[in-house]
Design a binder for this molecule. Structure first.
Ligand code: BTN
Length: 327
């Protein structure tokens, strides 16, 4: 029914189709037609509705142009194999299935929409159709298992640098790996790894970027208050292929640098882009809220904090809050 409705509009572009005609042809009520149109709107289709004339299809969801991306991409392996989907549950799940079938390092899984996008700490990740970049990249790093958190920071640096270059927006990194614009989140990173006998087998780096979401694309006010997109921040839409191309190139070059020179250079870049350091921060722990002053990044990926009694400690995971607003 959904498909048939869409076919009717696509067969007669630029024409208004009346509710009466649609409901007669599809043998259903006008309310049912209205509900399907609303669902199509949520999927990114745009309709003009005029009383006594009906509905006209005026826009379709954006689709990534993968051949154009591949023709511009100047990497050795990152993104050279792309598995592109209209809809998946989660690109993380698809990437893991591909590893099991022998996929190579740098393989990219990308989808226009995720129905079960996942975030850190077991949260859901809202991934509406054609509005963002929802992707997972497969890494097979030659590093000891305990260094895996460094990779998360590396991905955050690559993403922050490439988004700054492409958009010119003042984007910062909130420990450990959220990207913020004016205090709101535009991107999140989720690393999932697999190890055997203390040896790292592979890492699936999942990245979500809110690119062209509008305020109405967020499901509720709670998310609208915390999240934003590059389009909302800049007041214009962005070409997703440009963003992807820049990111993959930046990621590959930092990843190469990391294998050649270790974490030192990445740590310096992370600290320079961070909005979490040299300020008072709070961390929610199972025992309550801890507060301290963030002084630096530890090689383990932890944030080093001076506690009120003057002692230094490392916080390894969780979500921090800023005790004072942005400077
Ligand atoms: C976070 O900030 O909590 C991390 C969010 C990571 C979201 C991305 S979107 C692509 C990939 N697939 C998923 O299901 N999650 C990651």
């Amino acid at each position: 029914m959904h498909e048939q409705l869409l076919q009717m509009f696509e067969a007669r572009p630029d024409e208004f189709l009346s509710g009466e005609e649609l409901s007669m042809t599809l043998n259903c009520s006008r309310t049912a037609i209205w509900k399907h149109i609303e669902r199509l709107r949520q999927e990114g289709y745009e309709f003009e509705a005029v009383s006594r004339k009906g509905y006209r299809l005026v826009g379709k969801p954006a689709r990534l142009d993968i051949p154009s991306l591949l023709s511009r991409l100047q990497t050795k392996s990152f993104g050279k194999t792309i598995r592109y989907f209209d809809e998946v549950d989660s690109t993380q799940i698809v990437a893991r299935e591909l590893v099991a079938k022998g996929a190579e390092e740098g393989t990219l899984v990308i989808a226009e929409q995720q129905t079960s996008g996942r975030g850190r700490l077991g949260r859901k990740w809202h991934s509406p159709k054609g509005k963002g970049i929802w992707m997972s990249i497969l890494l097979k790093p030659r590093i000891p298992l305990q260094f895996t958190p460094q990779l998360t920071l590396l991905v955050a640096v690559a993403l922050c640098r490439s988004l700054r270059q492409t958009t010119g927006l003042q984007i910062g990194i909130k420990w450990p790996n959220d990207l913020l614009i004016e205090g709101k989140k535009i991107s999140g990173i989720l690393l999932e790894s697999s190890a055997e006998d203390e040896n790292l087998q592979f890492v699936v780096a999942g990245i979500g970027i809110g690119v062209n979401l509008k305020q109405e694309d967020y499901p509720d006010d709670e998310l609208r208050a915390k999240a934003t997109s590059l389009a909302i921040a800049a007041g214009r839409e962005w070409n997703r292929e440009d963003i992807l191309c820049q990111f993959l190139q930046e990621l590959e070059s930092l990843y190469t640098l990391y294998h050649e020179q270790g974490f030192g250079p990445i740590k310096l870049l992370w600290e320079a882009l961070s909005v979490s350091l040299q300020r008072s921060i709070r961390l929610q722990t199972p025992k309550g809220v801890s507060e301290g002053f963030a002084v630096g990044l530890h090689d383990s990926g932890a944030i080093t904090v001076r506690l009120p009694d003057g002692s230094l400690t490392n916080w390894y995971s969780g979500d921090i809050q800023f005790a004072t607003p942005d400077a």
